[in-house]
Design a binder for this molecule. Structure first.
Ligand code: ATP
Ligand code: MG
Length: 393
């Protein structure tokens, strides 16, 4: 029955120029989301609201599910829009709206909230509230007015057109992607990094991603799994540019020349260095990982200090203080869980030591890294040159 959605974003701190940046980014992201939904839609902003209007047949649930993934949307309201502002006509429509929207309404309480943005409209808000309320009670059985705690809040807004809505569906909140700059996510096939990507994007950060694989020790399927995860994340973020780095030579070299219990930390330092080079090339303002304190040996505060030591741009770790169960909850909610738990080997698990250091010292690690010699820089250069780029969407 609905042909349109009204999107509320209510971030009250938005002022002046920020407001336009926010709104334009939101409209852009809503359009990207609706492009994937069957049907034709028009998306536009007007006076602090964004409207999505269907110009053809469409699937309501599909459209709603796409809108629920657009960061910055606080509330989604399926809305009826009228051009005709004749009050008697509207009264009839409002009654019909309530009848259709709430077929099972035995004792359902409601209150009417009219807003008159057009001050020259013949009735004021109070008069309209009364008249619509009365028309509903008189014409439909089962409704009761409750002005204090109504179960249904019926909104009728007289703007350049007339908007009628009463259903409020929570959106994801956050900020529209693209309002906060860009960051490079280190995306593995695990549970954590896709959730980290989702969480940082929710604050308006556009993302790119980098994945390190080690063929033939890691399979094509492990790589496909990461591409799939990037595609799932892209439903929230828009298309994700994924850089795939062949890490085999670098990993082998570390394995051969450095102490086995330091392998993971040193490997992680090389991942950070490479990620940072690409990040700088592509205008990213920071790196993002799925690390959480104490989750594994390479994520103690000592180990994190060792990885940070090689970075000269900020490293964002949205999951740093979260428990695994909390991370899993989000993974399930956003739909990455099933893919993340597929059992394909990760490049880190192939060579890992039985007892990795849990308290590495930056100076010791840096010293041992020197054993890698000049060749390691050549390997890094080659890995960067030969990288594969996939656009996940
Ligand atoms: P995840 O579930 O994200 O794989 P994890 O619990 O397996 O995390 P680690 O393997 O220690 O943890 O990795 C920590 C972080 O380092 C990951 O969250 C990710 O950001 C990055 N990372 C690890 N391996 C890779 C990889 N092969 N490619 C890209 N990034 C990686
Ligand atoms: Mg992992």
């Amino acid at each position: 029955m609905f042909q349109a959605f009204l999107l509320k974003y209510g971030e009250i701190f938005l002022k002046g120029k920020n407001r336009y940046i926010f709104e334009d980014a939101l409209v852009h992201q809503v359009r990207l989301a609706m492009d994937k939904v069957d049907g034709e839609f028009e998306v536009h902003k007007n006076l602090g609201r964004v409207y999505v209007e269907a110009k053809s047949d469409f699937d309501y649930d599909e459209a709603l599910s796409a809108l629920k993934k657009v960061f910055g949307v606080l509330t989604i309201c399926p809305v009826k829009i009228y051009e005709n502002d004749d009050f008697e006509f509207l009264k009839k429509e409002v009654v019909e709206y309530m009848d259709e929207t709430y077929p099972d309404r035995d004792g359902l309480t409601f209150k009417v909230f009219c807003k008159r943005a057009r001050k020259n409209y013949p009735l004021n808000s109070m008069e309209m509230n009364m008249a619509f309320g009365e028309a509903i009670i008189m014409n439909l059985d089962g409704f009761k007015v409750d002005v204090h705690k109504p179960e249904v809040e019926l909104h009728v807004e007289i703007r350049e057109r007339i908007y009628v809505y009463s259903i409020l569906i929570p959106g994801p909140g956050g900020m529209p992607v693209g309002t906060a700059g860009k960051a490079m996510v280190l995306l593995s096939g695990g549970l954590d990094s896709p959730v980290a990507a989702y969480r940082i994007a929710k604050r308006g950060v556009e993302i790119e991603a980098v994945y390190f694989h080690a063929p033939p020790y890691t399979s094509e399927r492990a790589k496909q799994k990461v591409v799939d995860l990037a595609s799932i994340v892209s439903k929230f973020t828009g298309p994700v540019k994924l850089h795939i780095i062949n890490f085999t030579d670098i990993q082998m070299s570390i394995y051969e020349k450095c102490p086995p219990d330091e392998l993971t930390v040193i490997m992680r330092r090389y991942m950070m260095r490479i990620a940072q080079t690409i990040a700088e090339e592509d205008g990213c303002l920071g790196l993002v990982t799925g690390e959480s304190i104490g989750q594994v040996a390479s994520q103690t505060m000592y180990s994190l200090a060792c990885t940070d030591d090689v970075c000269n741009m900020p490293v964002y770790r949205p999951l740093i203080a979260m428990d695994k169960v909390e991370i899993i909850d989000i993974a399930e909610e956003i739909g990455t869980y099933e893919t993340s738990i597929l059992p394909f080997e990760d490049c880190c698990t192939i060579f890992v030591a039985k007892h990795p250091v849990t308290k590495p010292k930056v100076s010791v690690i840096a010293h041992h890294e020197e054993r890698l010699g000049e060749e390691i820089n050549e390997m890094v250069k080659k890995a960067l040159e030969e990288r594969e780029i996939v656009i996940a969407r």
